[in-house]
Design a protein around this ligand. Sequence first.
Ligand code: FES
Length: 226
Amino acid sequence: MSDSVKPSGADEIPFRNPGWAGNTGEFDLTEELVRGEEYVGDLPAHGGHPGRAPTYPYMLKDREPEAPLFEGPYEERFEKIRSRFPTARAALLPALNLAQEIRGHISQDTMREVGGMLGLSDAYVRGVATFYTMYNKRPVGRFLIQVCTNISCNLCGGDEVLAAFLEATETEMGETTEDGLFTVMEVECLAACGTPTAIQINSRYFENVTPADVPAILDRLRDEAS
Ligand code: FES
């Protein structure tokens, strides 16, 4: 990009997560400013494809399904979300995102709480939350492994990668392992069709995955969890 078309403030913004809209410079905000430093992941030391979106900002060490919503450091982030959107309805998606970051899933109670804080009806919030598969409606493991089996990935063995994860974790689709670490799901296109098979683990992408890679990926996640 030439200097003449760089957005204002782009020089000061660290190039950390090219997929994150804040880095356009439009708001002169860093990811750390919006999410809080402790919620921004470092680049994975190894693994994955070099072209991946190198981030996993939602990955907290422990999610607490009963944690209070939007208190402490989350209160400021919630207020930032509110201030950036013209209406409560427009703020609903990021507010649900933040709630999922805290609690790991969006239960009926969480939908009611978020709706109450935004002044939206239960029915409206439920309609939005149940429309998007990215909101987990029930608890998932610490690592949510989503395997793409859509066209490109399917042609390159996506079904076999999915089967390998299910076999290695000894789970059925959507089940969580007894140690609470892994939930394996099948998903539609992850928009990484050029490097199939693509999988998404929490917010982190791995590309060009084959069944042979599965044990190493799981070992690495177990290491991260220990
Ligand atoms: S088909 Fe798998 S990422 Fe698009």
